[in-house]
Design a binder for this molecule. Structure first.
Ligand code: GLP
Length: 257
């Protein structure tokens, strides 16, 4: 893989920030990291995210599958979140997105791919069951993350406790507006709630790779890396973790430092 990267702009023992030449290079680095993990441990547990940001990572993994025989058939995956009340068969449901971009395209066993059940009659019970299933799988080895314009990770909006666990949350109008592009009917069609892994759940992953692309993410990235570590910036919690890599394109890195 050819990547033109500048030196990491921030390095501590725990958090590494890499500014890649472009989104594709950054996605390629994330895919290489996943590939190395799977080659060393084919039964690894992946944490998978939705949104437009991780899509090039999944495409790069598809390429590695085709060209280098990367085999994800024994891996497991846990999705971060799902809309509450959405028909899981709708293309906008995160179940459909994960089924298409991850499970089928990458050849995972559907029985080893879990997505929070946003249609459960009892969301508290569904959230608890999701935590339990992550725990009984041995925890997530590598979590892929995007970031919202307001700094959210998963669907943990500003105000979320950094030790929060999987739970139903209200989505801010800002997040619903940002995600309206995926829905035919615009913002009114975007569900108002989601079932999301908590920030505390995410922080239990042994390794985390967050990607952010475009100038729209620059402020959220800078706050996460340089602002105070508090509830107003969900992604700032990552600075408490011992193994995080932040992969940025130049635009997303433009307000850092
Ligand atoms: C949604 C998802 C997040 C994702 C965010 C950013 O809100 N729940 O996991 O990080 O969107 O999406 P995008 O990558 O499309 O900008």
């Amino acid at each position: 893989m050819t990547t033109t990267t500048t030196a990491p702009v921030h390095t501590s023992s725990s958090l590494r920030v890499v500014v890649a030449a472009d989104a594709e290079s950054a996605a390629g680095m994330a895919a290489e990291r996943i590939s190395a993990l799977i080659r060393s441990r084919p039964t690894a547990v992946l944490g998978v995210a939705t949104g437009s940001t991780p899509s090039p990572v999944y495409r790069a993994l598809q390429t590695l599958r085709r060209t280098e025989g990367l085999d994800l058939s024994q891996a497991s995956a846990f999705a971060l979140d799902e809309y509450v009340g959405i028909d899981p068969r709708r293309p906008q449901s995160y179940r459909s997105v994960i089924d298409g971009e991850v499970t089928r395209s990458l050849g995972l066993d559907p029985l080893r791919v879990a997505i929070p059940d946003g249609s459960a009659p009892d969301l508290v019970e569904a959230a608890h069951a999701y935590e339990e299933s992550i725990r009984s799988a041995g925890g997530v080895d590598l979590q892929i993350l995007g970031i919202g314009h307001n700094g959210h990770i998963g669907f943990n909006e500003p105000g979320s406790a950094h030790d929060s666990l999987t739970r139903a949350v209200d989505l801010t109008p800002e997040t619903r507006r940002a995600n309206a592009r995926f829905f035919d009917g615009g913002i009114d069609d975007v569900p108002t709630q989601a079932l999301t892994q908590g920030i505390g759940t995410i922080l239990r992953a042994r390794e985390i790779v967050l990607l952010a692309f475009g100038s729209g993410k620059a402020e959220a990235v800078a706050r996460a890396l340089e602002g105070s570590i508090d509830r107003s910036s969900p992604a700032s919690a990552l600075r408490r973790h011992q193994a995080v890599t932040i992969l940025l394109d130049k635009a997303a890195a433009s307000m850092v430092g």
